[in-house]
Design a protein around this ligand. Sequence first.
Ligand code: C5J
Length: 223
Amino acid sequence: MPDIVIEAEPEALAIDLARTAVIMIDMQRDFLEPGGFGESLGNDVSLLAAAIEPCKALLNAARQQGVLVIHTREGHLPDLSDAHRAKIERGDPSLRIGQMGPMGRILIRGESGHDLIPELYPQIGEPVVDKPGKGAFYATDLQDILQKRAVENLIVCGVTTEVCVHTTVREANDRGYRCLVPGDCCASYIPEFHEAGLNMIKAQGGIFGWVTDSKSILAGLNA
Ligand code: C5J
């Protein structure tokens, strides 16, 4: 596959599609739908819906071009053996991790709230990485998956911008991946954190990566 050039900030980025993966971070019912983990923390989950259509368009284009697509899900084993007490006991949520909510136990693997939203459901063969933390590299086989396919560039989408997207971008950047973040494919419950999160990635010459939008990626993919 030839290199494609994607308009981005702080500068355009040339990437080899054969060495690129799209990572969809945690587009789960627990974060995007009422009754899940996100709402239990007091958030307005409707704020995340804006990212769905741009993600869908980007996923379709990536699949058409044969670009590797990886999905992640934040969540824990039913016995909570992979959930630190410091995480479970934190704050004053209406429902804690592991407690029963309208979509099953909060943030527990196998429950319907833990599932990916139907609009962005994985296709057969696309890796789904279950992660107990915020970053997608912590306690997962993501690094193995990427290394086996000689991936060098990551297009990182998903929710929430300043939490799991940001943590994953920081982890990936330290591991040598070029991270390209389409801002409209990400969202936060706290809009100013979304903006600040994107700004932090592209500041200082792209200290963590490059920021773009879905249109620019589609233009590059379709060129
Ligand atoms: C959070 C995430 N916000 N996927 N998780 O707790 O960003």
